[in-house]
Design a protein around this ligand. Structure first.
Ligand code: B12
Ligand code: SF4
Ligand code: SF4
Length: 243
């Protein structure tokens, strides 16, 4: 039988290519559901996180997929405007695409008698603490498809401008390896602070990320559909590549 990883990768790439919006090539990785890093997340994140086995009792693998936004979008967000309609358009459309991909992976796995479970790409967080119980970024870091940047986003080899999802399954796929050093220039050599300098709300500095301040800014700004989100911390040199 064809390798499970190759079936999953073909499915994700086909879904992304068939989408009316353009994207770059998805990055797909696998975390061992028993990776000891999962036991450290409550402390690192400061809120109770689901272990993969709380998502699916006999979880063995977490599939993570990052869908990088296209160069046209990255050129638009680098113009430093606070409202970028293409960012809003991709924000909504990519959430739907990620949800569809996750549900299709679970359906496909069922044809091999494999169980799957997932959480939606977003809207799965507590509105008071502004923290989710299943953080896709944490699984992406454990699967090695990227590292955290000063912008508090996942930076992959194709950058941080993109969105990601994850699915837990009860079949074993060999885990992908983790990069040896950070993809962020600030963590690499201290030579970049662009995301913090661009942040219009003051939420992001070299010392901290104040999610309440970021959220208050987003709430105040996102009045119309074409104003959703803020692209500025996704628009630095790591928007389209990791270092
Ligand atoms: C709640 C939430 C928000 C809240 C609060 C953000 C927050 N708490 O971080 C608000 C509304 C403010 C927000 C804003 C944005 N969000 Co948001 N958000 C989420 C959500 C639902 C949960 C995030 C969460 O709980 N994070 C907690 C932890 C993981 O994040 P953290 O505190 O930054 O992690 C630090 C430490 O805890 C530690 N750490 C955490 N885990 C681990 C694991 C290991 C192994 C290690 C070593 C360290 C470590 O290091 C991290 C960096 O210092 C996720 C979807 C999801 N369920 O995953 C999307 C998500 C994180 N958001 C996303 C995006 C794109 C945005 C915005 C750009 C939206 C916009 N403006 O248009 C901004 C960016 C703000 C920023 N610079 O981070 C994307 C991230 C894409 C990417 N490339 O990383 C996600 C994954 C949605 C998606 N499906 O793609 N978001
Ligand atoms: S803009 Fe620079 S400092 Fe900020 S996350 Fe990207 S590489 Fe790191
Ligand atoms: S999304 Fe905007 S306000 Fe929030 S941290 Fe990023 S740049 Fe700052």
């Amino acid at each position: 039988m064809e390798e499970l990883s190759s079936i999953i990768e073909k499915m994700i790439c086909t879904e992304v290519a068939a989408n009316p919006l353009e994207y770059r090539e998805p990055i797909i990785g696998y975390a061992d559901a028993n990776d000891p890093l999962y036991n450290t997340l409550d402390e690192k994140i400061g809120a109770k996180q689901f272990h993969p086995q709380e998502m699916l009792p006999d979880a063995k693998t977490v599939i993570v997929y990052f869908i990088p936004f296209p160069e046209t979008l990255i050129r638009a967000i680098r113009q430093d405007q606070h409202t970028v309609p293409i960012w809003s358009q991709y924000y909504d459309a990519t959430n739907k695409l990620l949800d569809k991909i996750g549900k299709n992976i679970i359906k496909k796995m069922a044809t091999f008698n494999i169980k799957g479970a997932m959480d939606p790409p977003t809207e799965n967080f507590d509105l008071i603490s502004l923290t989710g119980h299943w953080a896709h970024k944490a699984s992406a870091v454990i699967a090695g498809i990227g590292t955290f940047g000063l912008n508090h986003l996942l930076i992959t080899r194709l950058g941080s401008a993109g969105r990601l999802g994850s699915v837990v399954i009860n079949a074993k796929i060999p885990p992908t390896s983790r990069p040896v050093s950070s993809y962020c220039l600030y963590y690499k050599n201290g030579k970049c602070r662009v995301c913090a300098e661009k942040c219009p709300s003051g939420a992001l500095t070299t010392e901290r990320f104040d999610r309440f301040r970021c959220n208050a800014y987003l709430d105040g700004k996102n009045i119309r559909d074409d104003q959703q989100g803020c692209p500025l911390c996704s628009s630095g040199p790591c928007a389209d590549k990791g270092f």
